[in-house]
Design a protein around this ligand. Structure first.
Ligand code: FAD
Length: 478
């Protein structure tokens, strides 16, 4: 994201089988205690198989259940629609309505990718679901052209994504997926039972022939802050806008940990707040580093690069990923760096010291007392201590495939990385296909977590599911 310089399937009851269901911390801290308990309830009738709480019977059977309805699975829903697919898909989304990183919708922030890399255009430039179609439908096409930019605001891109989502009746919102369990038919796993919970605690279960996991990243909480996860004085950037407002008072002392794009956006946003908080960015680098978006380097984001990258031996992939770091990690857009510099310069003209950068500095420890959060820091001049009313962790996200992500089907995963078509290799006897989106950067390249590959990746997955889906019908008929 840029910051504008001016602103800142139904199965018979006996088919329900336990398999090696395992409680796991699946997807953002959901409580899987109940899932573990359910593991022993193999042959219960459907309506009773659900354990505890206000629980519904299995609601329906789907050729495909998608976990999460961010841009990745939204793009998949569009791909299925445009292929004329007859597969019955249902996406489950924890949020109450469509929203793209809502707590980082900072005023004045722009996209970091061209609008032509929307959900569809690189696959189907004539799509009715393109950003241009959206502009046309909203009556803003000519005025958008007058702005002479490839980079819409994040607010407008979110509105575009919501406009697409609103045309596809395939998502159940307010359904946080809390468990995924294998369903046995004969000697094999023929389907998956996906359990979801609403904010009010209502539970629902969905039977799936195939699964696509696209839950995004897990906010990274550095080790020194591990004990402070419950503290009202420590926020992750993911929760920034919703979390910061109630805590801002005139002169509030705020530490922003991390010198990447999110940290820089938050720094600039706080700098302009009427409460005039005291803001320190604490970063390990010597200075905020500019992202490399130069045209030759940017070719690594071309969707056709995915196949080339996947074909490389593991060591070569690692080298390429290391090379690509300055395009996406711990870097800041040029114009935002300029904005930060201006902010610091202007305050020096006024003789103020409200904003500061603590470069070459790492957090060794963090503790909370009556006065706030105390940090033990180490920098070029040795160790120091500093106190803050609020700490904001702009420390990024962790993605990747592990047994926690897979919940109750983790033990069926062979441990091998996803195939070129994003399908996870599962043990013999496991029928449903499991695909991942946005979790396979080590094998599919640095574009995997970003928007640039969505249009083509979603079509590749749609094609693979269609092939698998029909095999699924044959399995179900046995
Ligand atoms: C602030 C910010 C700005 C960004 N800007 C850009 C940009 O300009 N260009 C770019 O290419 N990339 C950008 N990115 C990268 C970003 O990863 C992609 O833009 C995109 O959001 C990835 O889509 P996704 O669907 O894979 O993940 P997400 O957008 O994270 O969506 C995942 C969805 O899954 C839901 N979910 C998670 N767990 C569960 C569960 N257990 N049950 C049900 N639902 C669940 C979440 O609520 C969420 O809606 C940005 C990232 C951030 C954080």
């Amino acid at each position: 994201m840029r910051l504008r310089p001016s602103a800142r399937l139904r199965l018979p009851a006996q088919a329900l089988g336990a398999g090696p269901a395992r409680a796991a911390a699946f997807l953002r801290g959901a409580d899987l205690g109940a899932a573990g308990e359910r593991a022993g309830h193999a042959a219960r009738p459907l309506a009773r198989a659900a354990s505890g709480g206000r629980s519904n019977p299995v609601s329906d059977t789907f050729d495909l259940v998608g976990v999460g309805f961010g841009p990745s699975n939204l793009s998949l829903a569009v791909a299925l629609r445009e292929r004329g697919s007859r597969l019955v898909a249902r996406f489950l989304e924890a949020r109450p309505a469509f929203a793209w990183h809502p707590d980082m919708m900072i005023a004045g922030s722009d996209m970091q990718v061209s609008f032509l890399k929307d959900l569809v255009s690189l696959r189907n430039p004539r799509s009715a679901f393109s950003f241009l179609s959206y502009l046309h439908a909203k009556g803003r096409l000519t005025r958008f052209i007058n702005r002479k930019t490839f980079f819409p605001s994040r607010e407008e891109f979110n509105d575009y994504l919501g406009w697409v989502a609103g045309q596809l009746d395939v998502c159940s919102y307010d359904r946080r997926v809390t468990a995924i369990e294998p369903v046995r038919s004969g000697g094999e796993i023929s389907a998956l039972r996906v359990s979801a919970e609403s904010a009010s605690g209502a539970r629902e279960h969905f039977l799936a022939r195939n699964l696509v996991l696209a839950p995004g990243g897990r906010p990274y909480w550095p080790e020194p802050f591990a004990a402070l996860r419950g503290s009202a004085r420590v926020l992750h950037a993911r929760d920034y806008l919703g979390g910061v407002a109630a805590r801002l008072r005139p002169g509030t002392r705020i530490a922003v940990i991390g010198g990447g794009q999110s940290g820089a956006e938050i720094f600039a946003d706080l700098a302009g707040r009427p409460e005039a908080p005291r803001v320190e960015m604490i970063l390990r680098a010597g200075a905020p580093r500019p992202s490399d978006d130069s045209p030759f380097v940017n070719e690594i984001f071309h969707p056709e690069e995915t196949g080339r990258f996947h074909a490389l031996p593991p060591e070569a992939r690692e080298r390429r990923l290391a090379e690509a770091q300055p395009t996406n990690y711990s870097v800041v857009d040029h114009d935002l760096i300029a904005t930060m510099y201006d902010l610091l310069y202007e305050q020096s003209v006024r003789g103020e010291d409200r904003l500061a950068l603590r470069a070459r500095t790492s957090v060794l420890a963090a503790a909370e007392d009556a006065d706030g959060i105390r940090l033990r820091l180490v920098g070029a001049e040795g160790e120091t201590r500093a106190g803050y009313d609020l700490v904001i962790l702009a420390t990024g996200y962790r993605r990747g495939i592990d047994r926690a992500l897979l919940g109750g089907i983790g033990d069926w995963w062979t441990g091998a990385p996803p195939a070129r078509d994003y399908r996870l290799p599962m043990a013999a006897g496991f029928g449903p296909a499991v695909f991942v989106q946005g979790q396979s950067e080590p094998t599919h390249g640095v574009g995997d977590t970003l928007l640039s590959v969505l249009a083509l990746r979603s079509d590749e997955i749609a094609e693979a599911i269609e092939a698998q889906g029909h095999r699924g019908f044959a399995l179900a008929a046995e």
